[in-house]
Design a protein around this ligand. Structure first.
Ligand code: S3P
Length: 179
């Protein structure tokens, strides 16, 4: 069986679901953001502040290329599908048998989760932490730009709002096994 990618907005639960799936499917776990942080030797928030988003996107694409052929559970940063080259890489992986899962989550849920980790998301808190209402407005605006990209790359979609991480992981695990 091939790779399993998790796509979705910041706060959609990709990393937590990926940990469950890696255990359940006995596959290596790759958290692309954590991998990038290990490569750059600093946090993504710090890197954004010093070098900006474009520099981060270049590193992110190289990291994605590195893991595309791997048989692993790979949790992606929420902005990966905003770049055309990344969408092509994911579509190629899907054509080669990878399961590319979109964790679909409502902006209100995402905003509440993002607020629980202040300062972690430079695209939201880059100019200082926002309140919940401003966070939700920003999430809604970014989601309008991004949702089409998530749907374009994914070959499996899971709504997560009313389900636990365990439930979502079990649902994805069944899809992967039925491959
Ligand atoms: C980003 C999402 C983050 C991280 C970076 C940019 C985005 O990952 O890659 O801050 O553009 O949505 P998470 O989705 O894991 O928070």
């Amino acid at each position: 069986m091939a790779a399993l990618f998790l796509l979705g907005f910041m706060g959609s639960g990709k990393s937590a679901v990926a940990r469950h799936l890696s255990r359940g499917l006995n596959l290596p776990l790759v958290d692309l953001d954590a991998y990038i942080e290990s490569q750059i030797g600093t946090s993504i928030a710090e890197f954004f502040a010093l070098h900006g988003e474009e520099a981060f996107r270049g590193i992110e694409t190289e990291a994605l290329k590195n893991f595309c052929g791997r048989r692993a559970v790979i949790s992606l940063g929420g902005g990966v599908p905003t770049r055309e080259i990344n969408r092509e890489l994911l579509k190629q992986a899907a054509a080669g048998g990878a399961l590319v899962v979109y964790l679909q989550t409502a902006p209100a849920t995402l905003a509440a989760r993002i607020r629980r980790a202040p300062g972690k998301r430079p695209l939201i808190d880059g100019d200082g932490p926002l309140d919940l209402e401003a966070t939700q407005r920003l999430v809604e605006a970014l989601m309008r730009e991004r949702e089409g990209f998530y749907l374009e790359c994914a070959n499996f979609r899971v709504e997560t709002d009313n389900f636990s991480i365990q439930d979502v992981a079990a649902h994805v695990e069944r899809a992967y096994r039925n491959g």
